[in-house]
Design a protein around this ligand. Structure first.
Ligand code: UDP
Ligand code: GAL
Ligand code: MN
Length: 341
């Protein structure tokens, strides 16, 4: 009897090995399994509704003795991940954030002539930004009629928020902090889970997804990721609220991309706005405006993730070094004088 079962057992083992092999060779294959939830959890619902789908994903094992990247820092001294290509598995992350049914807000300011950047910004965001997740674009503008209509994918919507412009470009840039903090209370906290705040003179050129989501994140400035803290262009005058002495500072973050949970972004933008008002009352303006205050804030409230310069790049200025395996969000060349005045 034991003898007659042997071919069947052999077949079963072979089948299991073949399936396992398929999973290893193509890590994106998902195996579907259904299970019903434990009894008595919600007795009012019929049993069929309580059946939960589990996707069992097969992917390469993370190896403890094999670092994901040897050429760059992937963890800050306060144990926040620094997000580089090669350090994350997007399938695992997508599954986690899909189960939460996360909604991501993306704020972008297009005041005066900056409306010309919106079309490319939005079209490339549709291709690369949070694909497969719920997205709300929030376009702040003084020219609502000039917001282009861009075809949006399922689960994605665009909201135009009419706001006043300002004469000086520095004021346009700085007032973003105040307006974002105002709208956090007025609607963002009810509409989205995370808020990403970006410059308009940019386009998405590769994947930018849920790997960036965290309670509070900043992005390394592409011009300073190799620099020492003495060379960072922090505000150096002690009279300013943004002051950082030469022997302090972790990284130089760029004002063109930051974000986090709505609660954390509200705290950050409110604090930066208040610091800028205090500076104004004292007759001082920080050297790089809102960016200087962002750097001061992120030194006092360290971010829970840091995005590598893959997420803020300027190819015209900096070319394409090999360490940047992907260029995800890149500057659109502009004539500063012409576009700002
Ligand atoms: N901005 C705007 N209108 C202006 C000036 C600035 O809408 O007249 C917004 C826009 O979103 C822009 C951001 O403020 O991307 C920051 O300004 P800018 O990109 O010119 O600064 P840079 O990246 O060149 O330092
Ligand atoms: C420039 C950038 C400015 C500011 C500055 C900081 O490259 O255009 O917006 O970030 O670096 O030194
Ligand atoms: Mn910019």
């Amino acid at each position: 009897r034991a003898c007659s079962l042997r071919p069947l057992a052999f077949l079963l083992v072979t089948l299991v090995l073949v399936l396992f092999g398929m999973g290893v060779l193509s890590p994106r294959i998902l195996m579907l399994e259904t299970r019903s939830e434990g009894e008595g959890q919600s007795p009012a619902e019929p049993l069929a509704c309580r059946a939960v789908l589990f996707f069992r994903m097969l992917y390469p094992q993370p190896m403890v003795m094999t670092p994901s990247r040897k050429d760059v820092l992937v963890l800050t001294p306060w144990l926040a991940p620094i997000v580089w290509e090669g350090t994350f598995n997007i399938d695992i992350l997508n599954e986690q954030f899909r189960l939460q049914n996360v909604t991501v807000g993306l704020t972008v300011f297009a005041i005066k002539r900056y409306v010309v950047f919106l079309k490319l910004f939005l079209e490339t965001a549709e291709q690369h930004f949070m694909v497969g997740h719920r997205v709300h674009y929030y376009v702040f503008t003084d020219r609502p009629a000039d917001v282009p209509s861009v075809a949006l994918g399922e689960g994605r919507r665009l909201v135009v928020l009419e706001v006043p412009g300002a004469a000086r470009w520095q004021d346009v840039s700085m007032r973003r902090m105040q307006m974002i903090s105002d709208f956090c209370e007025r609607r963002f906290q009810r509409e989205v889970d995370f808020l990403i705040c970006a410059d308009a003179d940019m386009r998405f050129s590769d994947h930018v997804g849920v790997e960036i989501l965290s309670p509070l994140f900043g992005t390394l400035h592409p011009g300073f990721y190799r620099a020492t803290r003495q060379a960072f262009t922090y505000e150096r005058r002690p009279q300013s609220q943004a002051y950082i002495p030469r022997d302090q500072g972790d990284f130089y973050y760029m004002g063109a991309l930051f974000g986090g949970s709505v609660a954390e972004v509200q705290r950050l933008t409110k604090a930066c706005h208040q610091a800028m008002m205090a500076d104004h009352a004292n007759g001082i303006e920080a050297v790089w405006h809102d960016e200087s205050h962002l750097n001061r804030y992120l030194l006092d409230h360290r971010p829970t993730k840091v995005l590598s310069p893959e997420y803020l790049w300027d190819e015209q200025l900096l070319g394409r070094p090999a360490v940047m395996r992907k260029l995800r969000f890149v500057a659109v060349p502009k004539n500063h004088q012409q576009i700002r005045n």
